[in-house]
Design a protein around this ligand. Structure first.
Ligand code: FAD
Length: 511
């Protein structure tokens, strides 16, 4: 009975991500919801704009162009621009940059797109036969670039086919800054290029995060899995707890490697549910066919064309949650478990899949602030905000400030005069009565802040999950803290609709 009551609660708590976000907050360049930055005319799209998924990358790229087209003065600037100045510079030929390019071409913009390596380099680097998850399923990205394929090779082909007509200029852009009234892209080994607007869509192309352990520089340590078949029969350590780590571990095990998955956390809270389920099934039964959307095991063939299906030469996955890699040696790795004990595992290969740093230097060079970086102005702003909060709290809880405003008959006590001639039981009368107390304004301000941040969050992270989660949390806070005590309960009380009023009116217990 108790179990049946607690199970839904547990599911709900998990859904709300009570243990998340795990780890440290990632540093990203500061952008507004439409991708614009503090550098006029410079926009950021794709992974660096927030949600690191293919559909969002395409969506933010196309939307950035739409925002630019609608920006005041852009049409006039286009008409008056000197020769050699492009309408739009796009940096990065990944999903986002290409989606932006398609949208810009459709609008007839004169654009230049720089790509440092080759178009869709990030996708080209996905492991062979990697299943593709196209989240959120119900979302159709803005613009023409769509992603429907369910496996890496098909995705890459699909993306190339849709963007064949996009002209690409090979070049590594060092920075984009304002100069002489335009945006100027500094390109390695080439002349700078000027444009009216620029979209930076360079993905998470920064350096791979380091484990910072001895042996990390050995040749057997990789950050990227190309073909899992290359590691068949080998003893592999995969490090990390996100989707890349889980997908790497599963692909390797399905191709016959003996995999140990080491993760510092107690639970894999950062990974997609499909990957968690797949990992759980594979760890229990190595021959399970786990890749739910696109079974990798159906697609993996050896160079000789040999098919490795479920149950054929499976490897295994051993989970080492709560463990930390302490050293990597040519033939072994040393892991430390949560209880402090250390043990050695025989090992041929290590995949360190703990993510990449965002390419922050690019943005620092371009004059874009990095969210969360402390500057003197930020420290002063935070101190001022804390002082304001203290004063507000003092006022709300009947402290010195409240005393002063009450004696002076100042706001909010002065609102009483608006009650004259009004029915105190009407909605306006109830609101005016409540509004004479500081707590009304305190909780109203609180509710506005919660709703404003909620709307910002929903606009920034347009997933169904974030929308429902944020609206639920806002409702949970605004209803009992503001609407109930300040308006609904006083209204019910004034109209004799509260249970206590009924008991009192019915005479109550006889004395
Ligand atoms: C291993 C892996 C698996 C993934 N699996 C999935 C999945 O199943 N489903 C999903 O939705 N998402 C997945 N993703 C995420 C998805 O790949 C990204 O969200 C998407 O590629 C981001 O697009 P983007 O255009 O922002 O950046 P990218 O695709 O990374 O493109 C950036 C481009 O910019 C170029 N570039 C970088 N710096 C410069 C410079 N200075 N000058 C010029 N060019 C530059 C790069 O060469 C690159 O081509 C996965 C990511 C990885 C790494």
């Amino acid at each position: 009975m108790l179990r049946s009551l607690t199970a839904p609660l547990k599911r709900y708590a998990r859904w709300l991500h009570t243990r998340w976000p795990a780890g440290t907050i990632e540093r990203l360049p500061e952008t507004r919801a439409d991708g614009s930055t503090a550098v006029p005319g410079l926009y950021i799209a794709g992974d660096l704009a927030g949600v690191p998924l293919l559909k969002f990358a395409a969506d933010t790229g196309a939307r950035a162009v739409r925002t630019i087209l609608a920006s005041p003065g852009f049409a006039r600037e286009r008409r008056g621009k000197p020769a050699g100045v492009h309408d739009l510079i796009i940096v990065g030929g990944g999903v986002s940059g290409m989606a932006a390019a398609l949208e810009a071409r459709k609008a007839g913009l004169d654009l230049v797109l720089f790509e440092a390596k080759r178009p869709f380099q990030t996708v080209a680097d996905f492991p062979k036969a990697k299943p593709i998850y196209t989240y959120p399923r119900g979302m159709t990205p803005a613009g023409d670039l769509q992603v429907t394929a369910d496996v890496k090779e098909a995705l890459y082909e699909e993306l190339l086919a849709q963007t064949r007509d996009v002209p690409i200029r090979e070049g590594h852009v060092e920075r984009v800054r304002r100069a002489g009234g335009f945006l100027e892209a500094a390109v390695s080994g080439a002349a700078p290029v000027r444009g009216l607007r620029a979209i930076v869509a360079i993905g998470r192309s920064g350096s791979f995060r380091k484990l910072n352990v001895p042996g990390e520089d050995l040749d057997k340590v990789y950050n990227r899995l190309h073909d899992p078949m290359d590691f068949r029969g080998r003893k592999v350590l995969v490090v990390g707890g996100g989707d890349s780590a889980l997908e790497t571990a599963m692909a390797l095990a399905q191709c016959g490697a003996e995999v140990t998955l080491s993760y510092r956390g107690g639970e894999f809270s950062k990974a997609k549910p499909e990957n968690l389920e797949g990992l759980r099934r594979l760890a229990a039964d190595p021959s399970a066919d786990v890749a739910i959307e696109a079974p990798i095991s159906d697609r993996v063939t050896t160079a000789a064309g040999e098919f490795l299906g479920p149950g054929r030469t499976p490897g295994r996955i051993r989970l080492e949650t709560g463990s930390t890699v302490r050293a990597i040696r040519p033939d072994a790795v040393e892991l430390e478990r949560a209880d402090g004990s250390r043990h050695h595992l025989q090992n041929d290969v290590v995949f360190s899949m703990i993510g990449r740093e965002a390419p922050l230097e690019f943005f620092r060079r371009s004059g874009v602030k990095i969210a969360g970086e402390w500057t003197a102005a930020r420290v002063a702003g935070l101190a001022a905000f804390m002082l304001f909060c203290l004063a507000l709290y003092d006022w709300k809880s009947g402290g010195l400030l409240d005393d002063l405003s009450r004696r002076a008959g100042a706001f909010p006590y002065s609102l009483g005069r608006w009650l004259a001639g009004r029915d105190p039981k009407s909605l306006a009368g109830i609101v005016l009565t409540s509004a004479q107390g500081p707590s009304f304004w305190y909780t109203l301000a609180y509710s506005i802040v919660v709703i404003a941040f909620g709307v910002r969050r929903i606009r920034r992270r347009r997933t169904p999950y974030v929308r429902v989660q944020t609206m639920t949390l806002a409702a949970i806070l605004v209803l009992p803290l503001f609407l109930l005590p300040e308006i609904l309960l006083p209204w019910l009380d004034a109209h004799g609709r509260l249970p206590t009023a009924t008991v009192a009116n019915s005479g109550g217990p006889t004395a």
